[in-house]
Every structure is written in structure tokens, then in C-alpha cells.
Design a protein around this ligand. Structure first.
Ligand SMILES: *Cc1c(COP(=O)(O)O)cnc(C)c1O
Length: 404
């Protein structure tokens, strides 16, 4: 993304041209950025040669998944829908891991029959259910157990998953009892220890603490895990601040950790792969003046991009066409939905904006479209992929007819 002659350009395409042609709100993804992120992720962890399973919940677009598959990644899924979508995108079952606290019998049955790489179980009841279903299908299922390492990820409370009070994973005590149970099972094979402590993590320290917890536990289990699944959670830069996770340092920590254990590492990154590849382009419907601020009322809303309303997340907003006039007013970018939380950003010193102007909300590739809804009976936005100077509609705009 850059400006050419004051116009925002995504891989050689003027964003304003795309907005006019395909209408708004419009999700736009850059293939180049996607490839760059995957190459960078691979390079950073090159020394430990991990299996990288893309977290499908962060973006489940079919075309993007098949591109991600072609770039060599597997998938981390959390529902039968995501599992089917990943298979359909061409991802091989032996590169798919299944996470989540509430897998139903139907979901487990499907995963068992498909012989995916791992079902990562999150409770004793789930382990018993997988065993029962494997037995019924006369199969031996590879499973992992997800540990709750009680580690603070130092991220937003709403997206922290590795603390004792969170619903995810099992305690050390239950983990140890499950190891003993599974070892005796005829239909289960214990292959993996998994963890995932949260999302949008920008410091190395939580991961380092997590590795120490794993090390202590592994000493106690005396089981040789073929895989250690460290989850995802690697954060990206939503603001201009320079705080960044050091992937190389994380890799070195893991390398040290692996000296004692001969396991294959699995990662489940979502946001760090697709987050900064996406823009949400939107048109200003009205500008509403008040004493204190001006409401910039967009045609994109919380149903298109839920993160600000759900987590108070802040996404940068930029104009599609730059001018040099600074507004003296405070701008509050909002959507048309009947909720006060339908608000994206409050900004001082933004350039002067007019009704019908376009803006882009940045870094919406992850947890953008995948969290979208039809709230207020608004049709879902279209999605475009820009790849090698070609524009491809990878998801048609939902029509009112579909909805009504
Ligand atoms: C959501 C999730 C991920 C991906 O998290 P990111 O922050 O997008 O990298 C990975 N593993 C599990 C189990 C998850 O629930």
C-alpha cells in the first residue's frame, strides 16, 4: 500500500477506482502482502522447521484459503464448517488440526473419518467422546491435549485464553491424568501437547513463560510427544507504534527448548498471516456536525467489522485520495447501525473530508469478514483479491434478494 500522486494504491490498483467499480463497503486483500507474511513467518522459524497451520477462523474465504494452501500452510480449524472449507480449499487432512472446547459428536465423527492430523481435546469428557466415536468407526485417532498453562498473554482481556479463569485447555493435574488414560486406550494415540495463550501478543515474555511451563510439565509426563503445538497469537502493528514481537527470538527460545525434546513444532497463526493484507473501503454517507465533533457516517458498520465494537480495537483510517487541508474538527468515524458501539475511531487532525469521499480502514484481513454478520439486515460486503495486477472477486456482495 502506498500513495501515488495522492491516490491510495494497492498493488498498482487505485483504491478509489476499485471502490467506484465494485461499490462499498468493500474488502480488498493484497496477495503480495500475504505471500510476504508467509515467507517472513517461514524464514523466522526456519531453524525449527515447523508445521504452520493457518487459523481458519481469522479469515475463512475459500480463495484465500486455497492460496494459503498453495503457499504451503496447513489449517487450524474450530468447527466442522471450517474443517469442510479447509478440505475444499485443497488442504490435506494430514495438515489439519482441530481445536475448540465444544466439539460436538457430529464434528468429531467427521474429523475421525477424515483422519485429520490431530484433534486437540480440551476436556476429559471430550477425550472420552473421541474415544467412543473412534471405537464405533473402528479407527485409531491421533489426539493432542490442550494445556491451560495459566500464563498471562499481556493482551486484551477479551482475547486472552491461557489463564486459569479462561475456559480453554486443562490444568496440569488433569493433563497428567489424561496422559495416563490415553496411553491405555486402544482407539486413541496421544501425539500432541498443545497450547494457545491468546491473541495479538506483542511481547516475547509470555511465550517464554509458556515454554517454561511446558518444560516442567513434560518432565513430569515422561511421554514422548511427536508434536508440540504452540498455537498462534503473534500480534501485528495496528498503530504506528513500533512495538513488535521478535519472532527470531521466539524461534531461539523454542530451539533451546527442543534440545531436550525431539518433537515437531506446530504453529497456528491467523492474524500475523492475514491481518495486514486487508482493507475495508467505505464511502462517507453523511457528515453530521455537532458542537464538539463531526460524525463521519460511513457505509461500513460494525456488522462488516466487529473488532472495534467487540474489543474496543483501534484500526487506522486513511483517505483514498489525499489532500493537504487539515480539519480543525474532531472526527468520529461511525457506521449506520443502531448501536452506540457502532463506532470505528475518533481522530483529531485528520484531513478535511466531504460527503461521498472514500476512506480505507486498515489491517482488517483477520477477524474482519470472518466476524461479519447481517445485523440490521445489512448484506455482507464483497471481497476482492489483488494478485499479480489482476483483480478477482473472491466473494460476491450479498444481495438484498438473498437476505429478504
Ligand atoms: C484463534 C486461535 C488461533 C489464532 O490466533 P491468532 O491470534 O489469529 O494467531 C490459534 N489457535 C487457536 C486454538 C485459536 O483459537
Amino acid at each position: 500500500m502506498k500513495y501515488k500522486k495522492k491516490k491510495l494504491v494497492i498493488e498498482n490498483f487505485k483504491a478509489s477506482v476499485l471502490a467506484n467499480k465494485y461499490s462499498t463497503p468493500l474488502y480488498c486483500y493484497s496477495y503480495k502482502k500475504l505471500k510476504e507474511n508467509i515467507d517472513n513467518f517461514k524464514k523466522s522459524f526456519n531453524e525449527i522447521n515447523p508445521l504452520i497451520c493457518f487459523s481458519v477462523k481469522s479469515n475463512s474465504n475459500k480463495t484465500l484459503l486455497s492460496e494459503i494452501c498453495k503457499l504451503g500452510l496447513g489449517a487450524d480449524v474450530v468447527s466442522i464448517g471450517e474443517l469442510m472449507r479447509a478440505l475444499k480449499a485443497g488442504i490435506s487432512p494430514n495438515r489439519i488440526v482441530f481445536s475448540g472446547v465444544g466439539k460436538t459428536s457430529q464434528e468429531i465423527d467427521f474429523a475421525v473419518k477424515k483422519k485429520i492430523l490431530l484433534i486437540n481435546a480440551e476436556s476429559k469428557s471430550e477425550v472420552l467422546e473421541i474415544e467412543k466415536i473412534s471405537k464405533k468407526n473402528k479407527k485409531i485417532t491421533n489426539i493432542g491435549i490442550r494445556l491451560n498453562p495459566n500464563t498471562d498473554a499481556k493482551t486484551l482481556r477479551q482475547i486472552s485464553t491461557g489463564k486459569r479463569e479462561n475456559k480453554f485447555g486443562v490444568s496440569e493435574k488433569i493433563f497428567l491424568s489424561l496422559v495416563n488414560y490415553i496411553k491405555k486406550s486402544k482407539n486413541l494415540k496421544l501425539k500432541c501437547l498443545s497450547v494457545h495463550i491468546g491473541s495479538q501478543i506483542l511481547e516475547n515474555e509470555p511465550y517464554e513463560k509458556m515454554l517454561k511451563v511446558l518444560e516442567k510439565l513434560l518432565k513430569k509426563t515422561k511421554h514422548n510427544f511427536e508434536y508440540i503445538d504452540l498455537g498462534g497469537g503473534m500480534g501485528i502493528n495496528y498503530e504506528d507504534k513500533k512495538k513488535q514481537l521478535n519472532l527470531k527470538r521466539y524461534c531461539l527460545n523454542i530451539k533451546k527448548f527442543l534440545k531436550k525434546y525431539n518433537s515437531k513444532i506446530i504453529f497456528e497463526p491467523g492474524r500475523s498471516i492475514i491481518g495486514n493484507c486487508g482493507y475495508l473501503i467505505s464511502k462517507i454517507i453523511y457528515i453530521k456536525e455537532t458542537d464538539k465533533k463531526e460524525f463521519i457516517i460511513l457505509d461500513a458498520a460494525m456488522n462488516d467489522l466487529m473488532r472495534p465494537a467487540l474489543y474496543s480495537a483501534q484500526h487506522r483510517i486513511i483517505p483514498l485520495i489525499k489532500n493537504s487541508k487539515k480539519s480543525k474538527k474532531i472526527y468520529e468515524f461511525v457506521g449506520p447501525i443502531c448501536e452506540s458501539t457502532d463506532k470505528f475511531l475518533t481522530k483529531k487532525n485528520f484531513q478535511e473530508l466531504n460527503e461521498k469521499d472514500f476512506i480505507a480502514i486498515c489491517d482488517v484481513g483477520a477477524y474482519g469478514m470472518s466476524l461479519s454478520s447481517n445485523y440490521n439486515l445489512r448484506p455482507k460486503a464483497a471481497e476482492l483479491l489483488i494478485k499479480k495486477s489482476k483483480v478477482q472477486i473472491i466473494n460476491k456482495r450479498q444481495s438484498l434478494k438473498d437476505l429478504i
